[in-house]
Unconditional design. Structure first.
Length: 121
């Protein structure tokens, strides 16, 4: 089977982390299976985990934008000579939240590998 684009990349990551490559049916088959209720037969825990990961990734992206804006505001305030201590919080608050979401995203591949090893052993 020939993998294209993201499927090949996912297969390479699966091989790198020593986990099984997921099977994705073609787009037409996915649509028909969802209509037949195939999606509803998936384990709920996996579905919730995917939604949680997606939410954390999206939050991390928006926090990085907020952090960048905060740094720009700080730089402009310093250049204009109007810097106040509270201006630094514009960058500090998103940075603190980025720490938690970043650590969670960092641990994800290791947790998946640990779960996979625990399940097969």
């Amino acid at each position: 089977m020939k993998f294209g684009g993201w499927q090949r990349l996912n297969a390479e990551y699966a091989q790198q982390f020593g986990i099984e490559t997921p099977y994705w049916p073609p787009k037409a088959a996915q649509k028909s299976r969802i209509k037949e209720g195939w999606h509803n037969n998936a384990p709920i825990s996996e579905e919730v985990t995917l939604n949680w990961n997606k939410w954390v990734r999206q939050t991390h992206r928006w926090l990085s934008i907020a952090f960048t804006v905060g740094v720009i505001v700080n730089t402009v305030a310093v250049v204009r000579g109007r810097y106040a201590g509270w201006v630094g919080l514009f960058a500090l608050l998103p940075l603190a939240l980025l720490l938690f979401t970043g650590l969670y995203l960092f641990v994800l591949p290791y947790a998946a590998k640990w779960r996979n090893e625990r399940g097969t052993g």
